[in-house]
Design a binder for this molecule. Structure first.
Ligand SMILES: [Zn+2]
Length: 402
């Protein structure tokens, strides 16, 4: 199959997954806990132990503690023994349960044995080479499946090019995933004393294919002798599990509280956007010369339309809200037939992709109307904000200009 067709199929399947399994509206009642690897797939191997054993022990303990803390929650496991469910089976299982959350548990590994720390991932396009390396290693599990070529189409976990599909994923689940990820990450850092490698984004096949908010936790480095000793220790595993389970509980309480809506919610989002920076120095790579040069872009693409007429009661702090609905490697014209029927189509360039937007609104309220109509055609569309032409976190924008 040619790459473009495959890319399109992937996008279409993402659309149907999203459409077919709408998020449960009445709280967090079902969670799927995914112990990474298992059976013939040992995952990363340390000097004394294997990732698959750590992930199973922690996963089972997380589930047990969630049940204790939240008796109304149904806990499902993708595995409860030393078996290897295919990556695809894991996500199908979670989707078939119509779960509200998917938590995948892994251990990190690096050829540099000094690498250390804990990090939590949400689905997205990687921002650093080291994040891509983690996703490649975890996705490589599929290479152990006999028929992986059929199952995963032309997705090649080792080809950086394959990962471009994940740029389309900026979807409805990202905010919630990031919120859970931040709670888990904070708890884990507090409990373990491990270095905080922050919440990150990368293209994990298993996260991409579940139709629910999802995170993937890298508990620590099994390749680092000090961290390995802790990861293999049963008491330490219980501490890890407790951190994850209490983060889950906090997330659930917050999600079900239906608190006075947007202000608090957005404040949290601001703190919890995945960070691309702050990688510990040992893995910093020299500048990546393999990246395609940024296409020259006409300056006006990044600037808000200037002829907006602010209504009298809006304090114009320079913020413009737009609806992002599409991303592509290609620099398409904003008049492209793909965008027919959408209002005020614009684009900007970020992370080696052109991102296409509709609307250019002074208020969050008015962009919601645009969002609604764009979603009819692009269900994964979401709102972003610019200030004076620069993209800023939505929560910051709303503080400046509600
Ligand atoms: Zn793993």
């Amino acid at each position: 199959m040619n790459k473009k067709i495959w890319f399109l199929l992937f996008a279409i399947s993402a659309f149907f997954i999203t459409a077919a399994y709408p998020q449960a509206k009445d709280g967090i009642k079902k969670v799927v806990i995914d112990a990474g690897h298992g059976g013939k797939d040992a995952g990363a191997i340390g000097s004394k132990g294997k990732e698959k054993d750590v992930t199973l022990a922690v996963a089972l303990e997380v589930g047990k503690r969630i049940k204790e803390k939240c008796p109304d929650v149904e806990v499902y496991y993708t595995r409860t023994a030393d078996t290897y469910p295919k990556l695809e089976e894991r996500s199908k299982f979670a989707n078939s349960k119509h779960a509200d959350l998917f938590i995948s548990i892994h251990c990190n590994s690096n050829t540099n044995h000094a690498a250390h720390g804990v990090e939590t991932y949400v689905m997205g396009l990687h921002k650093t080479e080291s994040n891509l390396a983690v996703a490649r290693r975890e996705n490589a599990s599929m290479l152990l499946e006999d028929d992986y070529k059929t199952t995963y189409g032309n997705f090649d976990p080792n080809s950086p090019e394959s990962y471009i599909i994940f740029s389309l994923y900026s979807n409805a689940y990202l905010d919630r995933s990031a919120k859970l990820a931040a709670k888990v990450q904070n708890n884990l850092v507090k409990t373990t004393g491990f270095t905080d490698r922050k919440v990150q984004q990368a293209g994990f096949w298993v996260l991409h294919s579940v139709a629910m908010p999802s995170i993937l936790i890298e508990l620590g480095f099994i390749s680092n002798p000090e961290e390995e000793a802790k990861l293999l220790n049963a008491d330490f595993q219980k501490k890890l599990a407790e951190s994850i389970a209490s983060a889950f509980e906090a997330y659930k309480n917050e999600a079900e509280n239906k608190a006075p809506a947007n202000t608090d919610k957005d404040k949290n989002n601001a703190e919890q956007q995945p960070a691309a920076e702050n990688k510990p120095a040992e893995e910093q790579k020299p500048a990546d010369n393999t990246k395609p040069a940024e296409p020259q872009k006409p300056a006006e693409d990044l600037k808000p339309v200037e002829n907006q007429k602010p209504t009298s009661n809006v304090n114009d702090a320079g913020v413009r809200y737009k609806v992002q609905f599409y991303a592509s490697k290609e620099n398409l014209s904003t008049n492209h037939q793909k965008f027919a029927g959408l209002q005020k189509v614009g684009k900007y360039f970020e992370n080696n992709l052109w991102k296409y937007t509709s609307g250019d609104e002074l208020t969050y309220e008015s962009v919601q109307k645009i969002l609604k109509s764009v979603k009819e055609k692009f269900p994964d569309a979401f709102v972003i904000a610019f200030k004076d032409g620069n993209k800023i976190p939505l929560a910051d924008a709303r503080k400046l200009q509600p």
